[in-house]
Design a protein. Structure first.
Length: 280
C-alpha cells in the first residue's frame, strides 16, 4: 500500500492510496487498484471540477501512511493524523469519463473522477505544532506511532528537526501522555542536526531515518539512510536511492523498505536514471 498526492493540473483531485497484491501464489499477483481518499468537508466553491454533496477529495500532502488494526493513519501537515477504515471502502456506482465530478448528486449518483472506489475519512486526531509532519509509522512493538518533521537543511538551518513517538491504545487512539521526543544528530549538516527527514522507523533505542537533501552526493544521490541510537553524537549513514520517502519494516524477513517519488530521469543531473521504484 502506498500513498500519492496530486500536483499541477490534477491537484484538485487530492490524494489517493494504491493497493497491490504482492503474493506470488495469488491469481491477482501484481494487480493493483487506485482508491481515492475523500473527506466530509465540502469546499465552498470549485472551478476545476463539479463538486456535489456528501464527500470531497482530500487535498493534502499524503506523505506517509501507517496501517494498524484495519485502519490507515495518514500524516497530515499542520493538522496531525487523519484516520481511514479499510472496512469502509465504497464502490462508486457511476463512472465519470470526463474526470471532473466528485460527490453524490441530487439523484444519488456517486462520482469520484472516474475512480471505481473511494475511502472516506472517519476522523482525525489534531496534534499541536504538527507542522511539518511528513511521515508516520508504527514501531516494531506495535505500541507507538512515530512521526518526523521535515525541514530542508539549507532553507531551515536554524530549525532543529525532531521525531516524536505517540503511545497508541488497542483501539488505535493516540494518547496525550507519554509522548517521546528525539533530536537525531547528523554531521553532514553544519548544525549537526538531521534535516530532510522523509521517513522514520523506530525499534528499541534506535531510529532509522530516510533523509534527502544531503549537502554531498553519493553515487548520484543526495539521500541517506541514517541510523540514530539514543544519545549518540551522530548517525550511522548508508547509501540510499535518490528521492527516497517513507520507511516500512517487514518483520517476517527483517527488511526495511522504502520507495522513491520522482519520475524517471528526474535525477539525471545527479547521475540517477531510475527514480520511481521500491527498494529495501
Amino acid at each position: 500500500m502506498v500513498s500519492w498526492y496530486a500536483k499541477d493540473d490534477a491537484e484538485f483531485k487530492g490524494s489517493r492510496i494504491t493497493l497491490i497484491d504482492i503474493s506470488p501464489s495469488s491469481s491477482t499477483y501484481l494487480t493493483y487498484r487506485h482508491i481515492l481518499l475523500v473527506q466530509p468537508d465540502i469546499p465552498a466553491g470549485t472551478t476545476a471540477y463539479s463538486q456535489y454533496g456528501s464527500y470531497a477529495p482530500l487535498n493534502v500532502h499524503a506523505g506517509g501512511i501507517a496501517y494498524f488494526k484495519g485502519k490507515i493513519y495518514l500524516s497530515s501537515t499542520n493538522l496531525g493524523v487523519r484516520v481511514f477504515d479499510l472496512n469502509k471502502i465504497i464502490e462508486v456506482s457511476t463512472g465519470d469519463t470526463t474526470n471532473d465530478k466528485c460527490g453524490k448528486d441530487a439523484n444519488g449518483n456517486l462520482y469520484a473522477f472516474n475512480y471505481r472506489y473511494i475511502l472516506p475519512q472517519i476522523g482525525y486526531q489534531k496534534i499541536n505544532n504538527a507542522n511539518p509532519f511528513s511521515t508516520i509509522q508504527v514501531n516494531d512493538e506495535g505500541t507507538q506511532f512515530w512521526t518526523g518533521q521535515y525541514y530542508a537543511g539549507s532553507a531551515d538551518a536554524s530549525i532543529v528537526p525532531k521525531v516524536f513517538g505517540f503511545p497508541v491504545d488497542a483501539n488505535g487512539t493516540l494518547q496525550n501522555t507519554g509522548i517521546v521526543s528525539i533530536t537525531p544528530k547528523n554531521s553532514l549538516f553544519t548544525d549537526n542536526h538531521a534535516h530532510g527527514i522523509q521517513g522514520v522507523f523506530r525499534k528499541g533505542n534506535r531510529t532509522w531515518l530516510s533523509c534527502t537533501g544531503s549537502p554531498s552526493n553519493s553515487y548520484g544521490s543526495n539521500a541517506r539512510l541514517a541510523r540514530y541510537t539514543d544519545g549518540a553524537d551522530d548517525t550511522v549513514r548508508y547509501r540510499w536511492p535518490y528521492g527516497a520517502e517513507s520507511l516500512y519494516y517487514e518483520s517476517q524477513y527483517n527488511y526495511l523498505w522504502s520507495l522513491t517519488e520522482f519520475e524517471p530521469n528526474a535525477g539525471a543531473q545527479n547521475g540517477s536514471q531510475v527514480n520511481r521504484c521500491i527498494c529495501c
